[in-house]
Design a binder for this molecule. Structure first.
Ligand code: DHB
Ligand code: FE
Length: 279
């Protein structure tokens, strides 16, 4: 059976892609952010994942407002980047894992999650940047399975529902007949709001409590409705549900914090990073 080695959760901001392109890692603005990633790279180098299951949210690239699935799972042989924003970086496509994709899809539908399955899927900064942060040579040593959660157009799935999705994904991976080593990824958050009267809103206390909760009381944030999360973390802060799904996929047992970093702001975003391992 497949093994889950742990989770890597991180914020995503399109400007990170431009900072990588321009080599700004040592720039005073960027250094405290980029300095968070070497320990995550060391962890990955030591634990040699074969596959990454990536909880992320599309931002209107693969899905637009006319068709917005609550949950969608990729089942493509490869995923190309076609991001908006700072020009389209020429990243290598990300290889898929069709066997795990279809295993996940079958198990999740059996468990009554009504999914959209995507045999063609482009991916945006929410997926590409966390890969580039982990593998700066941009040669991807893992196959991926993207699991997309709608945090863009209301109604959004609740934090509690995203937790359940994560649990089901974890069960499915553990029942996959494979000797693969699987890394769980979650990308989004932490607190940020890009528009409206509260543009620039960040809630450091909530973010730090949330990160702590993932270690000691992982379902803590599921007590909040989506509207409460928007109030506490900003309209785009709700992307933190990806972290919840990723943590849930690790299962019920205790976890160990391998590494974490928190830096504000990057663009409008409170940038968090965390690596957890089953204890
Ligand atoms: C920013 C943050 C995001 O999560 C995103 O998807 C786009 C932009 C930002 O802070 O600039
Ligand atoms: Fe985002």
């Amino acid at each position: 059976m497949a093994t889950i080695i742990g989770s890597y959760t991180t914020s995503h901001v399109p400007a990170i892609g431009r900072a990588i392109d321009k080599g700004l890692q040592q720039d005073p603005y960027w250094k405290p952010f980029f300095d968070g990633y070497p320990p995550a790279r060391d962890w990955v180098a030591k634990n040699r994942p074969d596959v990454a299951v990536v909880f992320y949210n599309d931002h209107g690239l693969n899905f637009f407002l006319d068709k917005m699935p609550t949950f969608a799972v990729g089942a493509a042989a490869e995923y190309r980047n076609a991001d908006e924003g700072w020009g389209i970086p020429q990243l290598q496509p990300f290889p898929g894992d069709l066997d795990l994709s279809w295993h996940l899809i079958n198990r999740l539908v059996d468990e009554e999650f009504d999914l959209v399955t995507c045999q063609e899927m482009t991916v945006d900064h929410a997926l590409t940047l966390l890969m580039a942060l982990l593998w700066p040579d941009q040669k991807w040593p893992v196959r991926i399975v993207p699991v997309c959660i709608n945090t863009v157009q209301f109604p959004l799935p609740t934090a509690a529902r995203c937790w359940k999705l994560g649990e089901a994904v974890g069960r499915a991976i553990r029942s996959w007949q494979s000797d693969a080593r699987v890394m769980i990824v979650g990308t989004g958050g932490l607190s940020h709001q890009l528009d409206g009267e509260r543009a620039g809103f960040i809630n450091r206390d909530f973010d730090l409590q949330f990160m702590e909760s993932l270690v000691h009381d992982p379902k803590w944030a599921t007590q909040y409705s989506i509207h409460e999360l928007v109030e506490k973390t900003g309209t785009q802060g709700v992307e933190l549900v990806m972290w919840l799904a990723a943590r849930a996929a690790l299962g019920e047992g205790p976890v160990k914090r391998v590494h974490s970093n928190y830096h504000i702001p990057i663009s409008n975003t409170a940038a968090g990073l965390m690596v957890l391992e089953p204890a």
